[in-house]
Design a protein. Sequence first.
Length: 250
Amino acid sequence: MIEKLQMPKRTVLNRNIPKKQFYEQAELSNKEKELIKDDIESVYLLSICRQDTLNVPKYVDEDLHYEEIYWVFVSLKSTKHFEKVCKTIHRAFPNPVVLVCSNAGQDIAVSTGHKRLNQNVSSKSVVEELSLSPFIDPYSHDEGTARFIERLNFRSLSHQNLYIFYEDISKATEASQIISIIGSYPRSEQSLLDSTRVIKEINLNLKELLRLKKEHNDQTDFGEKMNIYMNIKQVEAKKEQLLNQLKELC
C-alpha cells in the first residue's frame, strides 16, 4: 500500500503496534478488547501525515483539529465483525484515521471517519459516521477498482490543508460503494460528488424496501397487502432509476 499509494518517504513509519498497547492506552470496553483479540491478527501504523512530513498545512478550529492523520493497516483474522472492528480502531486513536484492512485473501477495504472535538471533554474526539469501502483486490485490473485506488494516491489528493486532504479520501471511500453495486467508479471529481448523493438515495431506498417487505409479510388483510405490494413496486422502480443514474456517472 505504501508503494501503491505513493506515500512520501517522510510520512512513512510502517511500525507494528502491539495489540496489548490498545488495551493499555485506549479506553476500550471488554467487548472491544475481545474483538481486537479474536478478529485482528496485527496492526501497523503505516504513515503519519502532518504539516512537516507532507508539506500540507494543518487545519484547526473550535471543533476540528486536523494536525495529524494516521494511516493504519490492520490484518484481519475474520471479517465477521468488520464494521465493529473499524469503529473500535477509529475510536482508539485521537487523530483522524485512514484505516486499511486486509482479509485472509489479501483483499483490502478502506474506512474513514471524520473526527470533531468532544464539547464536554476537550482532550477527546468524537468519531462521526464511518465510510466503508467493499473488499477489493488492490492489484486488480478491473477498471472500477483501479480508479478507486488511483483516487487514493497521494498525488491525487488535495494539498490545500489536512482537513480537505482527509475529506478527499473520505469522499473517495464513500463513492467506492459503487464498485459493489455496479462494478464501476466515477471518472471525475464532479461525477464522484454526484454519485455519492445517488448512493445515499439508494441506501435510503433499500431501507424503505426492507421496511415495506416486512410490512407486507406481516400484513393479513388482503387489500392492505395489495396496497403495500404496489408501494414496493414503485420503490423498486425508483431504485432502477437511481442505478441507471449511477451508470451514467461512471
